[in-house]
Write a protein that binds this ligand. Structure first.
Ligand code: ARG
Length: 465
């Protein structure tokens, strides 16, 4: 058996079970790119500070290039007995170049190394997620552009509420996603500080230059908070992962809500939208079935993303300060959440590109549920009736409709006047979903002009032609 890199004080080797139980290379190997980036910056800094020679540095850099190529070609021998990505790369480098490799870990601990790798990885992940959020926003805005003028029933409590433009509804999701993007961007700014050089926890007595490694790796600065900089915090902190997973969770919940709405709308009972066959699946027993599975899975997979956040919260809650091996458990939930949200965003965009809203069916559904009742109450307000009174008058008018099985617009002026003398013959301009929509004029409302303005803003912001 090969001796461990940390094996000096040990007389026995670890048991196979402990080795299998504690390895992380099977999943943390996906940090390899960032681990090598960090090592390049660290070796260059060590040479600049005279801690290793220029020629050692060059040998190390060449060796790291080789190793990166080997990993990318799938030719690297990942070994569980070498524990994690960090020691696999360091040990392979030692196999390859000998003595100089043994100097690479000068003034570095795996504790600052792993958290540096993780921050670098999160930066890339955030960039990838932001690009996918943009794609989905574009898909939703295109869908809105395609469905101009279509009025749908708006729901609260899943009960018919007021008429809204479909465009208005679609853009509400686009706005939510814009805040999601903002949360990821904020998270990026806060995590973009460099822990490298904090070493195990206390820093080092060797003359390193943390500013050099930080800037070589594209960080804002060595890890600090406003006025303070603390090496113990630098290796302890995983709140950047918590924050990232929180942003992931909120975004996943938004996608889940959209998924729920579209699943509902695709049902026979609603029938408001039809997904194309390319984004639907069938049943193994019921030959007639066509199910909107992708959006059900978007809803379902949000559970894992939230679960991963909870895992991280619980993981961190009992830890004393500085590095504890428990922290190795931060990676799988993090990787899983990013992979999951990326898939959710991609599939939701594809779904959005492959649905048709059923105009006729939606139009036939509009008369039910007295969507124009609130517009009618506003009409009476314009006639000088106090709102509470007008609410009551319209409520009684609706009751009349219910007992006559008709809509508000089907009541005669006489009948309406029977409920309140405030109704006049212009009342019919306020009744029906189409008339009702025309009356909305408040900032952010579903009125056609207002929605057109919102749409124009998104079309130009997202560069849609
Ligand atoms: N594989 C470890 C992790 O993922 C790296 C740090 C281990 N440090 C240590 N002293 N055992 O967190």
């Amino acid at each position: 058996k090969e001796g461990k890199l940390w094996g000096g004080r040990f007389e026995e080797s670890v048991t196979d079970a402990v080795e299998r139980f504690s390895e992380s290379v099977s999943f943390d190997k996906q940090l390899y790119k960032h681990d090598i980036m960090g090592s390049r910056a660290h070796a260059s800094m060590l040479a600049q500070q005279g801690l290793i020679t220029i020629s050692d540095r060059d040998t190390i850099l060449k060796g790291l290039d080789e190793i990166e190529k080997k990993i990318e070609a799938g030719e690297f021998d990942w070994r569980a007995d070498r524990e994690d990505v960090h020691m696999n790369i360091e040990a392979a480098l030692t196999d390859m170049i000998g003595e100089p490799a043994k100097k690479l870990h000068t003034a570095r601990s795996r504790n600052d190394q792993v958290v540096t790798d993780l921050r670098l990885w999160c930066r890339d992940a955030i960039d990838r997620i932001l690009a996918r959020i943009r794609q989905l926003q574009v898909a939703l805005v295109r869908l809105a552009v395609k469905n101009e003028g279509l009025i749908v029933p708006g729901y609260t409590h899943l009960q018919r509420a007021q008429p809204v433009l479909l465009q208005h509804l679609l853009l509400s999701y686009v706005e939510q996603m814009e805040r999601d993007a903002g949360r990821f961007a904020d998270c990026y700014v806060r995590l973009n500080f460099c822990p490298l050089g904090a070493c195990a926890l206390a820093g080092t007595g060797l003359p390193i230059d943390r500013f050099m490694t930080s800037s070589a790796l594209g960080f804002t600065a060595p890890m600090r908070n406003r006025a303070s900089y603390n090496s113990i915090d630098a290796v302890s902190d995983r709140d950047f992962v918590l924050e990232f997973l929180s942003a992931n969770s909120i975004a996943a919940i938004h996608l889940s809500r959209l998924g729920e709405e579209w699943v509902l709308w695709a049902s026979e009972e609603f029938g408001f939208l039809t997904p194309s066959d390319s984004v639907s699946t069938g049943s193994s027993i019921m030959p007639q079935k066509k199910n909107p599975d992708p959006m059900e899975l978007v809803r379902g997979k949000s559970a894992r993303v939230v679960g991963n956040l909870v895992t991280l919260l619980v993981l961190c809650k009992g830890l004393p300060q500085a590095y504890n091996r428990d922290l190795q458990e931060d990676k799988e939930p993090l990787f899983d959440s990013v992979k999951t949200i990326m898939g959710m965003l991609e599939v939701t965009s594809e779904f959005a590109q492959n649905i048709t809203f059923n105009r006729e069916r939606i139009q036939r559904a509009l008369p039910a549920g007295h969507l124009d009742a609130t517009t009618l109450a506003d009409y009476l307000v314009k006639k000088g009736v106090p709102f509470r009174t007008s609410h009551d008058i319209v409520g009684r008018s609706v009751a009349l409709c219910i007992s006559n099985n008709c809509q508000l617009m089907e009541l005669s002026l006489d009948k309406l006047k029977g409920v309140s003398p405030a109704f006049e013959d212009d009342v019919f301009e306020f009744l029906g979903a189409e008339n009702s929509i025309k009356k909305f004029c408040s900032y952010g409302s579903t009125g056609s002009d207002c929605v057109a303005e919102q749409l124009e803003m998104w079309v130009s912001k997202l560069g849609i032609d």
